[in-house]
Design a binder for this molecule. Sequence first.
Ligand SMILES: [Zn+2]
Length: 459
Amino acid sequence: MLRIPLIASLLLMGGPWFGAVMLFAAEVDSPTTDETVIVFDQVHVLPMDSERILPNQRVLVQGDRIIALAPADELAIPDGAMRIAGEGRYLLPGLAEMHGHVPPTVDFSGMPARYLDDVLLLYLAGGVTTVRGMLGHEHQLRLKDDIATGKRLGPTLYLAGPSFNQHTVTSPEQARERVRQHKAEGWDLLKIHPGLSLEQYQAIADEAKKQGIDFAGHVPEAVGIEQAIKLGSRTIDHLDGFMAALGGFDTPLTVQDMAELVALTKAHQVAVVPTQALWETIIGAANREQLENFDELKYMPARVLAGWQRYLDSASGAYYTGETAAIHAENRQRLLSALYQAGVTILMGTDAPQLYSVPGLSLRRELPLMAAAGMSHYDILRSGTVLVGEYFADLDTFGQVKKGHRADLLLVDGNPLDDLSVLYQPAGVMVRGQWLSRVDLDAKLAEIEAARVTENTER
Ligand SMILES: [Zn+2]
């Protein structure tokens, strides 16, 4: 039985979603024209090029780019510009979900027709302006284009293609052919799932290098974390491959136990996407009452929530560790801490929408765990901004508040270097130059919540 696809199809999405139908682009309400200049006035800017704050700045945006940044008294506001009051507020780059999922179509397996657009909006409401989509399916490349060209509202998507696993890969040669096919189709990443042999994995790695495309995701058991790192997996997601190699499921690990693997990760410049909050849930270390009282659950369809509850009810699964889950969770936090201390690149990600990780809003569950592992607030912000920009540097320029960068911005009411929680209720979010004020976001969130209530009463 396929492990992750099973979770993905039955638990996360609420049912199998193979009957893909055509996408219909939703109307985006009155975007500003390409010529309109938008000015963030009198804002304190976190440029994210170093740990500093530039006080009382003016930031000018036109089209999808930041076109100027300077002290407010040194930069005139162009005629006809739209001014956004920034007094006392802080402006930073939009954040990223580096292990995210996007529903396949507007209509699959009994999900509400509006679910896809709701997910895209939830990401934005959570301050997420870039998503590395970790499992591609038919029509998703068109969705990416529709968002990029403004036909549909959502975060910028970079997409992994359909899964490489024991069902889709039959031989090393066929695996190579599939790599070439994914590259030609325009996917940004090859998604690896459990079940591949070492020989198949080696073929994928070698062909990926030749074709200039990254591969990442899970670490197949027959491959192991060491080979995955040495063969150049661009990221290691979930840290479970580390735990498997170190025997961290039931025995406390020391820093010395981890040192060799941590050094190897650093030496090969492999980045990690820890997804700590999700894994606490998956392994059985999370507090069920807390999970079920997350306020953001009100935005998810009943069908999805029912799947999440079924997982908790079953108290089983490939990654579930039951009675030793607390030790396992503590080991994961120690590992994140060790990777961080060693200077390994850590990228922000929560695997939304997975068990109790609501798109965008799941960052408020993940960031406190990153802080608890000893990451500074600045480095946590880096993991979702400048390091993401570096990761996608071949594709676009973003991740800093800087002239020429894509205008993905978060306006918040306090200094996130002092208090990360200011990120969770932004005063507004800009995505590729399109501004969504708090009023806009609240209206859309209220609409999603109301839709969920209506769906439930109609059931
Ligand atoms: Zn995932």
